[in-house]
Design a protein around this ligand. Sequence first.
Ligand SMILES: [Cu+2]
Length: 173
Amino acid sequence: MNPRALVLVFVLVGLLASPLIARPAAAADVSVTLIAFNVAWHVAAHDAPAKPTITVNPGDVLRLRIENHDNFSHTFTFDHFSVDVPLAQGTPTNPTVVLVNITASTADNGKWQFHCAIPGHATGTGENRDGMVGWVQVGAVNPPPTPGFETVLVIAALGAVAIAVRVVPRRKK
Ligand SMILES: [Cu+2]
């Protein structure tokens, strides 16, 4: 293969491979207010749905402001991230506030359940509790689609290289 063709090969392969080695989005701070109210978790407001799912990307820091608006105790218990903090009784206007930071790594990809450990507030075991529960989803809900688009790109790159090698005139010796 002559040198010009070789350069073309490198440029094409580099261009076409660049999306495949693109870095993930930069890590972000995700600030969420999680409210314990009427023996249920809500994000940001009482009338937000119970059993919320909070979504973050790997590398993000989830900065939770946890408020207890009930006039009895709760806990914020998150087995996967080894968090278990008590929440003393509060009121909507004068809540008990606890700050919890959770750093999600790629090893945490998946959907993880948090709950309240006060007896009767959540039932069941492990990741399958019901009642006063919620989830943190780290990363995509579904894994990325099987390589289809990338395969097409690679085939296109190889085709382009083959054409380039034929079109680029050979140097006369
Ligand atoms: Cu509780």
